[in-house]
Design a protein around this ligand. Structure first.
Ligand code: ZN
Length: 349
């Protein structure tokens, strides 16, 4: 048994032929959180990948297994955390984000570290301090259908270069929740990559192709000229009040507080003009939700308005992480919105 404070097992240079093709079988072999260490061409340098922090987000571990089975040596040493192995194997493969009753692994990278996911997080922090990787990727899938995007905690050339190995959409978040990417600093940049929905075949492809670029390029922190990043900054969260009843339909549903248009996902990562209808309000009007800035201020009137029972954008907005899953809308948020008036793009440095 690993010590409680050191729950991560190690696997050094597994022979490719020892690895099963089936990812479920691979996870059963690992048995628990594992750090895979692979020697590269140049072992004076190191890079890190973390994935499967959420047990229902398989694209990252699938990409890693495919690469490990190829036996191709990376440019530099790679350390690779496969985190929530037991969650992924819980009952049905890739079904649970976290084991029921446990904390979300990607909220555990700040104290307290006194529970199973906290032990894994603090052990991984120690391993990062030990191996000193020049960059860290954290590979996820979105909960619904979505194009790929990256998330960073502040803007920097290194963050942009890492994200653009995978995608051209980059969210700069001001929310501090205890996620792995919040450990990012200029000496050790950390980015989150959301490859798209867990059931979208293109998400697996994005993970695989981005990982290849990350593994085999000599320099991953300097962006190549040309590609342009689509930036999302100062996002606000559309949160339902406790007890708010939400429905998704193509017309107003009587008796619910908020009816959201069935096709609302089409606004994901797009620009919507002012006075675009997103749905319909019940008798309690806009009081059943709030729109919160990262500072926690309710900024609803700047972003949304009510007009003859319709819910409309109050100005031109860019929306992302729009969910059509009522459970996620209730427990987390319905969508994020940015009020940037222009569809801002960044020329790569
Ligand atoms: Zn995730």
């Amino acid at each position: 048994m690993p010590r409680r404070s050191h729950p991560i097992h190690f696997l050094h240079n597994p022979p490719p032929e020892s690895l099963p093709e089936d990812v479920g079988e691979f996870l059963r072999q690992l048995g628990g959180p594992t750090l895979i260490v692979i020697e590269g061409q140049n072992n004076r340098r190191c890079r890190a990948v973390a994935t499967l922090l959420h047990g229902n987000e398989p694209s990252g571990v699938r990409a890693i297994l495919r690469w490990l089975r190829s036996g191709e040596r990376p440019a530099v040493k790679l350390i690779c955390l496969i985190a929530s192995v037991r969650t992924a194997l819980h009952e049905v493969l890739f079904c649970y984000r976290q084991i029921p009753g446990q904390r979300d692994m990607n909220r555990c990278f700040k104290p307290p570290f006194n529970d199973p996911p906290g032990h894994v997080a603090s052990h991984f922090k120690e391993l990062l301090a030990h191996y000193q990787p020049e960059a860290v990727l954290d590979i996820h899938n979105t909960s619904g259908m979505s194009p790929a995007f990256g998330v960073v905690t502040y803007e920097s050339a290194a963050h942009e270069a890492l994200v653009s190995l995978f995608t051209r959409r980059m969210i700069v978040t001001e929310y501090r929740l205890g996620s792995l990417m919040e450990l990012s600093c200029d000496q050790q940049p950390v980015v989150t990559i959301e490859c798209g929905g867990a059931n979208q075949p293109e998400a697996d492809l994005i993970a695989e192709q981005g990982l290849q670029r990350y593994l085999f390029s000599d320099d991953i922190l300097q962006g190549k000229p040309g590609p342009v990043l689509d930036l999302y900054r100062q996002a606000v969260r559309f949160e339902l009040q406790p007890g708010c009843r939400i429905a998704y339909a193509d017309q107003r549903i009587p008796g619910v507080d908020l009816t959201i248009s069935l096709d609302v996902e089409k606004f994901n990562f797009g620009v919507i003009p002012a006075l675009t209808r997103l749905g319909w309000l019940g008798p309690r009007g806009v009081s059943t939700f709030q729109v919160l800035s990262a500072k926690g201020e309710n900024v609803l009137p700047r972003y949304f308005l009510s007009k003859s029972n319709g819910l409309y954008s109050a100005q031109q907005l860019k929306l992302f992480m729009v969910t059509t899953n009522p459970a996620i809308a209730q427990s987390d948020c319905l969508l994020y919105a940015c009020a940037e008036t222009e569809h801002e793009q960044h020329q790569h440095r």
